[in-house]
Design a protein around this ligand. Structure first.
Ligand code: ATP
Ligand code: MG
Length: 712
């Protein structure tokens, strides 16, 4: 076994000691019942069958159990430490625990990074030494850890929840108590429950592979505030998502913290787009709200995945049925087209006034038998992949019996997810209890039930995509490196026009013939060589967006116009940016036709290069019609980026226009992704416009701007 593999094996074993220790020591098990250390101790001895040692130098016994002055005093091996003492004393306890053989520790105590600089210093003194001692550490500043299989409740949250298939981890302790209480009410069972606290050592990245391999866990759900190593997270998450559904809620993704940027891509890419891309490319189902997080845990842990997007809706009220249909359309689901056999069955089972097409309206006076017949018919239809059954409590509605009929019909199929939307509350409680017993989640609003189906469809589609590694395209890496080297040696931050064009050209991206003229005579010579019409652009690292200051002229037809425009461009720049350092004027081949798109990159500190594609040109920041993926992108990723933008129809050919060369766009995205993976010194990059020619005629990068990382 290779060194890396044995290290991995050890790490997994360490996590084993976190969830299934043979013995636990609680350091700081207080005599006062309300103290945190004591609550943890009481929770532990209530459900954990192995020895639990209370460490408290001031007590002889705690809750009737012998107390110890120190871990050493126990004189027996300890696998897991649970620590609830002030921060400055913890390091010594870890050293003592290591001597007793401890392999994992849960540090409940607060007073670390969350308190500021001094706390952060204390925290750095915790994590690395613990690792060096062979101890994996959860926390600090956390609620604790629970494992319903081993009965371990090493937390100061409430009682151990019911055993079930949901593994939940959260960076927020408060959200942990909320979800525990909610789960109790919804009868949702957990396999593992981890409050991660400050994540000084163990984070989602460590737990994902462990939970993915855990037989008790059917779905992994997590609340995240920040991810330190984006790449490692994506690797762990995509491997786990191949095993079972992984659901994540990420807070703090607004652009409030965005860094100062100069490129269009930098302006349009915020941390929201980074996380969206990261989750998407890892097959992680994104929860947009806390409600989604709860709903998805419930839905994924109780119903099978759908084999397609075809949804059947059954309702006893038209309005809510339409709401559900609207929501399914908004989410890209399809209303199933029933086959004639189903329609016939429905006609036979329902009154003439009922609607037998999707949504099926069984009418307000529907009793359980009508619902049962309708549900059975549509679930038997091969054109149906999932069903949402809506019930509004009318005077004659048999709520309990309808729920029972629904549970029976769903159980009869077992391969199609069925969700209920029994609307209201107290009136439908009888029904929701029956549904819960039959593992059919009830969402009080039809849109939430449809959202659940959508999440499941997203998961099964992501899982059915073939695993693809990004292909390495033939490029002239050396040529690009030479240009970047020269720029770095010259202390440049920006590469613009010809220099930047040559970098992407080295990676096989087509560019128009271009050259910089330092005076009119040279410009005329270049234009003569290229042939009119040409484009003139002022070349200056201080003029980033040339159009804004009148520093670009398209369609210069002859020498007369060239002389005139050459003068105008320079005087415009002198007027708007008098301090600009002007290197000359670029004379560039004019590219005729082509749709203006943009391909760019903005490097994210945690996740690396974020690629962007969209409709480009000078209105790019107005249109904001862009899509994102993290490099290295696969062909499928690049194809999705092109398919995803709102105005993709423009590329498919509208109003008699030819289809654009989307393959060439995809190829450009791939080549750019390869460039920015090869060259970490590139901080931001814009190709705007990438002119997409008619299908089969390629794409041309007419304007490129590269920003290099600042030298530290
Ligand atoms: N070689 C070319 N052939 C045809 N049209 C061109 C060419 N170069 C530029 N253009 C047109 O001129 C517009 C502006 O030129 P360019 O993109 O170079 O300037 P910019 O203002 O610096 O761009 P940005 O908006 O990216 O800051 C392009 O969007 C495109 O419409
Ligand atoms: Mg441009």
């Amino acid at each position: 076994m290779s060194e890396a593999a044995s290290e991995k094996k050890t790490e997994e074993t360490d996590l084993h000691f976190l969830f299934q220790p043979r013995s636990v020591a609680v350091v700081g098990a207080a005599r006062e019942p309300e103290k945190v250390g004591r609550v943890v101790f009481d929770n532990l001895i209530r459900t954990f069958s192995g020895p639990v040692y209370p460490i408290n130098p001031k007590a002889t016994e705690i809750a009737g159990r012998r107390a110890y002055g120190s871990i050493t005093e126990i004189g027996a091996p300890v696998d897991l430490l649970v620590i609830a003492i002030p921060a400055p004393y913890i390091k010594a306890v870890l050293e003592e625990g290591a001597r007793a053989g401890a392999r994992a520790a849960i540090v409940i105590s607060a007073g670390f990074k969350e308190t500021g600089i001094e706390g952060a210093r204390l925290e750095t003194e915790l994590a690395a030494p613990a690792r060096a001692l062979g101890i994996r550490l959860v926390g600090p500043n956390c609620l604790g850890v629970m494992d319903t299989a081993s009965g371990l409740n090493a937390s100061f949250a409430g009682a151990l929840p019911r055993s079930g298939g949901v593994a939940f981890m959260s960076q927020s302790g408060a959200l942990c108590t909320a979800i525990l209480d909610w789960a109790h009410g919804e009868d949702v069972g957990f396999s593992k429950f981890i409050s991660l606290g400050n994540k000084a050592d163990i984070s989602e990245i460590d737990l994902l592979p462990w939970l993915a391999a855990d037989p008790q866990t059917n779905i992994i759900s997590m609340y995240i505030e920040g991810i330190s190593d984006g790449r490692a997270f994506m690797t762990a998450a995509s491997a786990a998502a191949r095993e079972k559904p992984v659901v994540a809620l990420k807070s703090g993704t607004t652009n409030a913290g965005a860094k100062a940027v100069s490129s269009h891509t930098g302006t349009l890419a915020g941390s929201e787009s980074v996380y969206e891309a990261a989750f998407r490319q890892s097959g992680v189902i994104r929860a947009a709200t806390v409600q989604d997080l709860f709903d998805y845990a419930l839905g994924f842990s109780s119903q099978p995945g759908p084999h397609g997007r075809r949804l059947a809706i059954i309702t006893n009220a038209g309005g809510p049925g339409i709401m559900a249909a609207d929501e399914s359309e908004r989410r890209g689901l399809w209303l199933a087209d029933f086959n004639p056999h189903t329609v016939e069955n429905l006609r036979r089972a329902l009154p003439a006034e009922a609607s037998v097409y999707n949504p099926v309206d069984v009418l307000g006076d529907a009793l359980a038998d009508r619902y049962g017949a309708a549900i059975k018919s549509v679930l038997a239809d091969p054109n149906v992949d999932s069903a949402v059954v809506i019930l509004t409590p009318q005077a004659m509605t048999e709520i309990g019996a309808t729920a029972a009929a629904m549970t029976k019909a769903a159980a009869g199929v077992g391969t199609k997810p069925v969700f209920a939307a029994f609307m209201g509350k107290s009136l439908v409680d009888e029904g929701t209890a029956v549904l819960r017993a039959g593992s059919i989640p009830n969402f009080y609003f039809p849109e939430r039930a449809v959202a659940m189906v959508d999440a499941m469809v997203r998961y099964s589609e992501a899982g059915s995509l073939p695993e693809e590694t990004p292909t390495k395209l033939p490029v002239d890496r050396e040529a690009a490196r030479r240009i970047l080297n020269r720029a770095e040696e010259e202390g440049k931050r920006y590469l613009v026009d010809v220099e930047a064009l040559d970098v992407v050209k080295a990676y096989g991206i087509r560019t128009p013939r271009s050259a910089v003229a330092s005076n009119q005579r040279e410009a005329l010579a270049i234009a003569a060589e290229i042939g009119y019409p040409v484009v003139l652009k002022v070349s200056s690292p201080d003029v980033l967006h040339k159009t804004d200051v009148g520093a670009v002229k398209v369609g210069v037809e002859n020498d007369f116009e060239l002389r005139r425009d050459y003068r105008d461009l320079l005087s415009n720049v002198e007027k708007y940016i008098p301090e600009a350092e002007i290197a000359g004027v670029v004379v560039q081949e004019m590219v005729r036709g082509g749709k203006e798109t943009i391909v760019g990159m903005n490097r994210d500190t945690q996740f690396g290069p974020l690629m962007m594609f969209g409709m480009g040109g000078i209105y790019v920041e107005v249109l904001k019609d862009v899509s994102f993926r993290l490099a290295p992108v696969t062909t499928e990723d690049a194809a999705q980026m092109v398919r995803e933008i709102r105005s993709r129809a423009l590329l498919e050919g509208v109003r008699g226009e030819e289809r654009s060369d989307t393959d060439a766009i995809i190829d450009t995205i791939m080549r750019l992704s390869q460039l920015v993976m090869d060259e970490p010194s590139i901080a931001e990059l814009d190709i705007n416009p990438l002119l997409a020619m008619a299908s089969g005629s390629g794409a041309v990068a007419a304007d490129v701007r590269i920003l290099l990382e600042a030298k530290s």
